[in-house]
Write a protein that binds this ligand. Structure first.
Ligand SMILES: Cc1cc2nc3c(=O)[nH]c(=O)nc-3n(C[C@H](O)[C@H](O)[C@H](O)COP(=O)(O)O)c2cc1C
Length: 199
């Protein structure tokens, strides 16, 4: 039996693992609001581009549309309850800013969560509306990282992902944490890439 025959179709599930959980922040009616977002991805490093997808019922959406800016805050696993709660409660009903220490972004004034080790200040550069989703492409205009997580050892100065201890979400509706590094980018496949030629 081939590998293909051993697979079953799950129709159209966008099964791309893993999904880092982020908290997207914006001011709505003068209050800092945060939504748990799994639909967030990097679109490029230079320029630094990200994309988020918000449902049109999302209270945070109003603030993003008004300011054309938002924050992306990366919670560590220690903030699991708060991160999940931001995805359960809507800012239309609950003041989620009470759960965090909130600061204002230096370049965009977007609300940032101090307890998160990473905060990205993002400015919207494009928007796509599809079905009930509002998909924002944004440029990262300033990245804040907790100083204790930085190292001089790698070019990006970033400590190992494991030190950030990000919250990972699966489409199985479970939260996970990162297990450990298994190799280095642009290195593990170098030999294979070098010895294989098109015939
Ligand atoms: C794990 C998880 C992932 C989520 N991902 C998204 C997402 O990508 N886009 C979205 O619009 N809502 C997502 N939600 C739902 C919103 O976080 C939820 O509707 C929240 O109440 C929005 O807050 P707000 O109304 O204050 O903006 C997610 C919720 C959870 C728990």
């Amino acid at each position: 039996m081939s590998r293909r025959d051993m697979k079953r179709s799950l129709e159209t599930l966008p099964l791309i693992y893993p999904i880092p959980i982020v908290l997207v922040g914006a001011w709505v009616d003068g209050r800092a609001n945060f939504a748990t977002i799994g639909d967030c991805a990097i679109m490029g490093l230079t320029p630094a581009l990200v994309v988020i997808s918000l449902g049109d019922m999302c209270h945070t959406l109003r603030g993003v549309l008004e300011a054309d800016a938002f924050s992306i805050n990366l919670p560590s696993t220690g903030l699991l309850a708060e991160a999940d709660a931001c995805g359960i409660a809507s800012g239309a009903m609950v003041d989620k800013s009470e759960w965090f220490t909130v600061s204002r972004g230096e370049r965009t004034k977007v609300p940032c969560i101090e307890e998160c080790p990473v905060n990205l200040e993002c400015r919207v550069v494009d928007r796509v509306d599809y079905a009930h989703r509002r998909i924002f492409v944004a440029e990262v205009v300033l990245t804040h990282v907790e100083a204790s997580l930085l190292t001089d050892e790698d070019p990006l100065q970033l400590a190992a992902m494991i030190d950030f201890d990000p919250i990972i979400y699966g489409l199985d509706n479970r939260y996970y944490r990162i297990g450990g590094s298994i190799g280095t980018g642009y290195a593990e496949g170098r030999e294979l890439a070098a010895m294989t030629r098109r015939t």
